[in-house]
Design a protein around this ligand. Structure first.
Ligand code: NAD
Length: 448
């Protein structure tokens, strides 16, 4: 089974299971599984033909929302799985958005800048009739970025102004710009988007720790060993210790904001290796060092000094097995799986990447008393600030970064709170099950 098929099967299994536990009818479950629309589009740039997709999964809560990826392996199953998970994610955070996803099967690294621009514009011409501020709002994803969004939104505005004979003024342009998020600031992008996913993850971790007080732990954790471990964590004299797998956009900002909030980042990795700094590393200096060296290995940075005295190298696999309080997989899917789940010692896992803990490992670790914050909640800071970008464009407003961050905090804390309230009612505490239940209840109660 290819990776896309596996992803789709796994997303659908969770929806089916949740639907059944909520007592939904077969028909209602089918409506949650089947996308509203699957657009498969073949378009040409020069003499080359490209296969592409835009899959619109569910719009009960609002316009479809989801990124566009450029990747050689893009396929229909993968795009459908990602669109489905976007419906869940938007509903988990309580955004007025549904779920969608797009992709073009292309290796963008083989294209010149000019070819990449032509491809981006051609894809927008192919999808322009079924996207729009109140219909479907794409964003960047794998191998697409704010520069590509700038070309896309520019093409979209040109098409709409021409086809609908629109009078061009500031308000019209702003509204048309809200058809895409993740744009550069000068094209209607918002402050705070770059950092939003990492920032949102730290807000969720803080909200979780605030709830995990002694009395709650006594009630929630039956197994004496998990109870002991959790109590140790919340009664910690020093800082809560964290290991972060992946030091890209998500991992770096998570580490940076966590360190600013007093957490101790003792290990971090990139694709080439990991560092262990018992005293707690400085994320900003570590990033500077990583950029100079090309990788994180050897960057043992405490305060402004990076020196071998402060740490040692560990393998990527060893990072996952460290005896730490919080493990933050922020790189790849399936990082924690049946092969390594028995060696995981962290008490909390925050899924910042998409799908970093396999279903089997999730079940096993939850049974052992590890608290796992699911990706649909943990990494939803990004889509939440995308919503704030869309909102600003729709209302011709421009917010300060502080205002964006405050709104993000409110969105994330409210999302966490409804999921926590549901999870504490279960026999066995499970935030993923609670997140899917909250999301599906919201979608179903808004279905026409
Ligand atoms: P990125 O490309 O900026 O960073 C990925 C990082 O992972 C890099 O540091 C890379 O070196 C590292 N990495 C790759 N293979 C590794 C390995 N085997 N071991 C350790 N590190 C490894 O990507 P990103 O934007 O930070 O996204 C990371 C994950 O978060 C992805 O799963 C993505 O889908 C998900 N996500 C991202 C956002 C966002 O706003 N960027 C939002 C939601 C979810």
């Amino acid at each position: 089974m290819n990776q896309g098929k596996k992803m789709l099967k796994s997303a659908q299994e969770v929806i089916k299971k949740t639907g059944k536990s909520l007592g939904l009818s077969e028909e209602a479950i089918r409506r949650l599984l089947e996308p509203k629309a699957i657009h498969e589009l073949n378009f040409s740039v020069g003499n080359k033909l490209y296969k592409s997709y835009r899959i619109q999964h569910n719009d009960s809560l609002g316009p479809y929302k989801g990124g566009i990826r450029f990747h050689a392996e893009v396929n229909r199953d993968e795009v459908q799985a990602l669109a489905t998970l976007m419906s869940i994610k938007c509903a988990v955070v309580g955004l007025p958005f549904g779920g969608g996803k797009g992709g073009v099967a292309v290796n963008p690294k083989e294209l010149t800048e000019k070819e990449l621009e032509e491809l981006s514009r051609a894809y927008v011409r192919a999808i322009s009739n079924f996207i729009g501020p109140e219909i479907d709002v794409p964003a960047p994803d794998v191998n697409t970025n704010s520069g590509i969004m700038a070309w896309m939104v520019d093409e979209y505005i040109k098409l709409k102004v021409k086809s609908e004979k629109l009078k061009v003024n500031g308000k019209t342009i702003n509204k048309l710009r809200s058809a895409f998020t993740g744009k550069p600031i000068e094209k209607g992008g918002t402050l705070g988007r770059t950092e939003a996913t990492g920032r949102g993850g730290v807000i969720i971790l803080q909200a979780l720790l605030a709830k995990l007080q002694q009395k709650v732990i006594q009630n929630l954790f039956r197994d004496p060993e998990s109870k002991k471990q959790m109590l140790k964590l919340v009664q910690h004299d020093g800082s809560v210790t964290i290991a972060v797998q992946g030091f890209g956009n998500v991992g770096y900002y998570f580490a940076k904001f966590a360190a600013e909030e007093g957490f101790k980042i003792i290990s971090a990795s990139d694709s080439k290796g990991a560092v262990l700094v018992k005293e707690g590393l400085d994320p900003k200096e570590t990033l500077k060092c990583k950029e100079e060296k090309g990788n994180i290995a050897g960057c043992y940075c405490v305060g402004s000094v990076c020196d071998i005295r402060y740490g040692r190298a560990v393998s990527n696999e060893d990072l996952l097995k460290l005896d730490i309080d919080v493990l933050v997989p922020a790189a790849l899917e399936n990082a924690i799986n049946s092969q390594n789940m028995k060696q995981i010692k962290a008490r909390i896992i925050v899924e910042m990447a998409n799908g970093p803990v396999t279903e089997e490992a999730y079940e096993y670790l939850t049974r052992k008393g590890v608290v796992i914050v699911p990706d649909v909640l943990a990494n939803s800071g990004g889509v939440s600030v995308s919503y704030l970008e869309w909102y600003q464009n729709m209302h011709s407003e421009k917010w300060s970064e502080d205002k964006v961050n405050k709104r993000l905090k409110k969105i994330m804390e409210e999302a966490f709170s409804s999921i926590w309230d549901k999870a504490v009612k279960y026999e066995r505490f499970n935030l993923k099950r609670a997140a899917f239940e909250v999301a599906i209840e919201r979608i179903v109660s808004n279905s026409k």
